[in-house]
Every structure is written in C-alpha cells, then in structure tokens.
Design a protein around this ligand. Sequence first.
Ligand SMILES: [Zn+2]
Length: 388
Amino acid sequence: MPADGTTDNHRLTLPPQPPPQPSPPNGNSNGIIPLQVPTNSNYRLRLNPHQDHKPESYDDLQSEFTPLLFSSLEKYLPHNMLNVSRESKHKYMREILRRYSDEGERNRIKKHNEYRQRIISNYQPLYRDIYQMNATTAFFVPSFIQAFATSDSNRDERIRNIMSEPAPGVYTFNMLQPGFCEMLLAEVANFEKWIHETRFRIMRPNTMNKFGAVLDDFGMEPMLEKLMEDFIRHISRIFFADVGGFVLDSHHGFVVEYGYNRDIELGLHVDDSEVTLNVCLGKHFSGGELFFKGVRCDKHMNTEALPEEIFDYSHVRGHAIMHRGRHRHGARATTTGDRINLLLWCRSSVFRELRKHQKEFESWCGECQREKRERLNQVVAAKKGEFF
Ligand SMILES: [Zn+2]
C-alpha cells in the first residue's frame, strides 16, 4: 500500500501486471478486515466505515504518513476506538500502517523525503504565491470557485452544473485562470533551468514520460494536497464513488511536456491512480488529443473496446478533464508547438485495501459489466426455453 504520495511506483501500465495475489478468505461476519498483518497483532480496522463519524484533523501530528491518511482511516476504526483521545487513535492507526508497509518501503519513503528536502532547501522559487492554495480568482475561474463556495446541500448540484460529460465516465470543466497557467509554466521552466545549471539529477514523473517534473518534489505538495482535499475529493465523491472517490487520501502531482524535443505522444495505458485530474496549461499547440478506450480491471486490461467506449478529447487551455485511473487512455502526437499539462493522480489507500477482498466482478469495469449482462441473458434465454 502506498503510505503517502512519494511511492516510486508511478507507473503507467499496459499490458497488465501479474495476476493479483490471492487474498485471505473474505470477512468474518463481524465486518472486520483481517489486514494481512503479522499474527500476534490484534489491531484491526472495520470493513464498513462508520459513515456518521466525523474524523479529527491530524495536520499537526508528525509521522511518516500524511495527515489526510489518518483522517480517512479513522472511520474504519473499531467501535471502541472511535472516542478515545486523538493521540491514541493516531498511535493505533500508525501501528497498523507501519506493519503494513514493509521496511523496504519505509526506507524508500525516507530516501524520497530526503531527496525532496535536498531540492526544497536549494531551489529558489520564482512565484512563492502559487505554493499555497489560494482559492480566489488568482487561481481559478469564477464558475469553479462559485460551485464550491459554501458546503450547503446545494453544493453537489452546483458542482454538477459546471461539469460536462462528453463520454461516460469522462468529465470536463473550466478550471484554471490563464494567469495562473502562465505562472505555473514559468515556475516549471525556472525549476528546469535550475536543474540544468546545478546538474541536479531529478526523477521524472512516471515510467513513460521522459519530460516533465514532479511538482510535489519541489515544494508544491501542500498546495496540491489542498487542491485534492478542498475540490477534487468533492467532485470524485459525486462521480467516482465506485473507485473510492469518497476516500481519496494521497496524490502524485506533476507536469508532462509534449512537443519538439519533448515527448511526442503516449501509448494506451492506465494510471496508478483511482481518479486522475488532467489540466491543460498551454501553450500553443496542435494535436495532442487524449483518446479513451473504456474502463478495465486487471483481469480485462487487454480486452477490446466497445464502439461506445471510444472517445477523443481535444485539450483547451485552463480546462480540466477527470476520469478513473483505470480508464484506458493515451495521448495522440502533439504535431506543432508545445503542450504542457498538469496531472494529479489521486489515490485511496482504503479503496486499494478493500479491493483485495473483492471477489465478484468490478462494477466499474466495462468488460465485467458486459460479462454480467451476457450471463443474465443466458439465464433469461434458458428460462424462456423451459417455458416454450
Ligand atoms: Zn473486469
């Protein structure tokens, strides 16, 4: 399980990974997940969250895991742990998380944090203003801010109103101000100039993009975490609840660069995310359309796309597109100019854990759905055969 956003498995995958590891027999009847932790432990989480429980904030408590992870895990604590002190809950959850992430993983996270610190303590930002979430018209277009303005019961409706769904499971909306896009592009260029001058060896965003930069690595992690927490989680809760959109708890934020002397295109793949936000920052370009070929689970990753699953999207500067990480997609060649996009891969450790216990078909996989329909049709046909 990724303990925070700093895992190195920033993979874009296709063809599929090896078949999933066998999980232990599912749930005993009291709704508790055996968390595959070493025996001698009686620390457990519940399978079903306490929906009404309001989690505490862990922002000020230091540990190797992100504070948001604790807030989202809290609803899964056993009943008798819900009302103990915040410190006790923190300790309990940290124990579970530690047992879970092996030592190799913890070392890697530690090394990655040191790598980040080396960058942050040496790199001088160009625009400090964009390193902190500033939910005003400096960042976002007015329609976007207004949709989130208050957390009343109409908020979901207002969010729905700014969204278009040009294809099933693909949502687009106007999001970023041109001025903010300019500043972010200039900041990335400044960072790249610094890399060039200091010959600092940086890690690229993922296994397939050879150009671009990880924004989390040079100081933008808190801002992007806030972007996910204050905005993207609300959108995901409405549209992507089936893939854990209601419990997103970590992210991987980066920019990708396409054009002359950059990446040209990107083959069909899935993201290492539950929900992906992709915003075009500019500049001037032609081509570079995103193409989609349906949502798939591990088992069905290489199955054919149905005609209704095929969809092309042309980027518009400042506009965002959101889709499930498991929605197979790629980028067509950017034929002229430079195209730079902001990507936020949003993840849910809770969803990833729960999925291990899922035995049935996946509700969000196009092929699983098709198989289920087919089975149903066969049953209906057999029944008809009995009658006539
Ligand atoms: Zn499937």
